[in-house]
Design a protein around this ligand. Sequence first.
Ligand code: 5GP
Length: 112
Amino acid sequence: MTLFERIIAREIPADIVHEDERCIAIRDINPQAPVHVLVIPKTVIPRLGEAAAGQEELLGHLLLTAAAVAKREGLGDSGFRIAINHGHDGGETVPHLHVHVLGGRAMTWPPG
Ligand code: 5GP
C-alpha cells in the first residue's frame, strides 16, 4: 500500500479536510504555506504521466475538489497555487498522485 492508501484506510492518522467516494483531502504534514492541502484519488495512479485516458473524469474531479477546498480555506479572493509533482525533477516523493493546494501567502514564480 502507498502511504496515502494507508491514510485513506485510517491506518495512519491525518487531518482530513474533505472526503468523498473518489478522493480525500488532507493537510500536508510539512506545510510549505499557511494553507497546504493534498487532494488524493482513492484509486492509485502513481503519477500524472501514468494516468489513463479513461481517468479524465477523476482527474477533473481532483481539480474541482482542489478549487473547492481552496475556497473553503478562505483562498478564493487572495488566490492559491495548484501543483502536481511528477518524478525526480518534479519533486515527487510519494508515488501516489496528489494535487497540492497552497495558499495564504504570495507564491513566487518561477517556482524553486
Ligand atoms: P510530493 O513531494 O510527492 O509532491 O508530495 C508529497 C507530500 O506529502 C509532501 O508535501 C509531504 O510533506 C507530504 N507527506 C509525506 N508524508 C506525509 C504524511 O504522513 N502525512 C501527511 N499529511 N503528509 C505527508
